[in-house]
Design a protein around this ligand. Structure first.
Ligand code: G
Ligand code: G
Ligand code: MN
Ligand code: NA
Length: 253
């Protein structure tokens, strides 16, 4: 079978799962969860999303896949809130193909209505490239999401073509500093300068700065000194299956 057929079968047989990686504040309290898709294939084992997401984008399967992710993430988040836990916002990664569809907004709203998740509990992760396409439409879409209460984060910030122009004009809530910068934030004055600048930019624009891929207490301390307020990475937790979340959310920090 081709990977394409395998992916279709996986979707039908519910072999796709969402894992969740906590985001934490300076005290280690969980402020949010990023949903990350996982595929366990009976023969191939774990297939990485960096392999099958691009494939799903080519075949168009990303639309159904993306809808499933959004629904599942909202449903899981609602279940956590219902059991009295406080997961913060659930963050969903978007593909450009989903974001640019005419029915994108109505699809998000429909999912919120159907799952009864409060809009304020959903965050959408977009990448810089997605903001550059049709500026007016992008502004309208982000404006409508903001009006509904859904927040937005720029994923992998600094990796693409960061433009200060869109940052100042679009209703974005959060910048996720690419883990490439975080990995090197202790290595040289130059890397520290990049992290410091992104964090300062976020502060000046009233955005939240989150450091991705934090793996050591050293990195965390350095980023905290620079004014970073939220963190995500193996230091705090790997992405975990839903069933492990209750334990993480109940754990004293
Ligand atoms: O979790 P991991 O490092 O394996 O993720 C690899 C890549 O796949 C990352 O760029 C991540 O953003 C992307 N990814 C993970 N889950 C989803 C998803 O549900 N939708 C989209 N569009 N991308 C995802
Ligand atoms: O592109 P995006 O930022 O959505 O991708 C997140 C990816 O980063 C996921 O594949 C996730 O598994 C991975 N990841 C999360 N925490 C860490 C970390 O501390 N170190 C590294 N190297 N990767 C991480
Ligand atoms: Mn992400
Ligand atoms: Na990222």
């Amino acid at each position: 079978v081709t990977l394409r057929n395998a992916l279709r079968i996986a979707m039908e047989q519910q072999r796709l799962q969402l894992f969740y990686q906590p985001q934490v504040d300076g005290e280690g309290r969980i402020t949010g969860l990023e949903a990350l898709i996982r595929w366990s294939h009976p023969e191939f084992g774990w297939v990485s999303p960096s392999e099958f997401i691009p494939l799903a984008e080519e075949t168009g399967q990303i639309i159904d896949l993306g809808r499933w992710v959004m629904r599942r993430a909202c449903y899981d988040a609602k279940r956590l809130w219902r059991s009295g836990l406080k997961p913060g916002r659930v963050a969903v990664n978007l593909s450009p193909l989903e974001f640019h569809r005419m029915d994108f907004l109505s699809s998000v709203c429909q999912t919120l209505d159907q799952t009864h998740l409060h809009a304020e509990c959903l965050e959408l992760e977009i990448t810089e490239g997605m903001l550059l396409d049709d500026q007016e439409r992008v502004a309208r879409t982000l404006g409508a999401l903001a009006a509904r209460g859904v927040t937005t984060a720029i994923d992998d910030f600094g990796k693409g073509y960061s433009s200060f122009d869109y940052l100042k004009s679009l209703p974005i809530d959060k910048i996720k500093i690419d883990r490439g910068f975080v990995a090197q934030c202790l290595d040289s004055e130059r890397d520290i300068a990049v992290c410091r600048s992104v964090i300062t930019l976020a502060q000046e624009l009233g955005l939240e700065a989150l450091a991705e891929g934090v793996e050591t207490p050293h990195q965390c301390a350095a980023l905290k000194d620079l004014g970073c307020t939220t963190f995500q990475g193996y230091l705090f937790s790997r992405p975990v299956p839903f069933r492990e979340l209750a334990g993480l959310l109940r754990r004293p920090h």
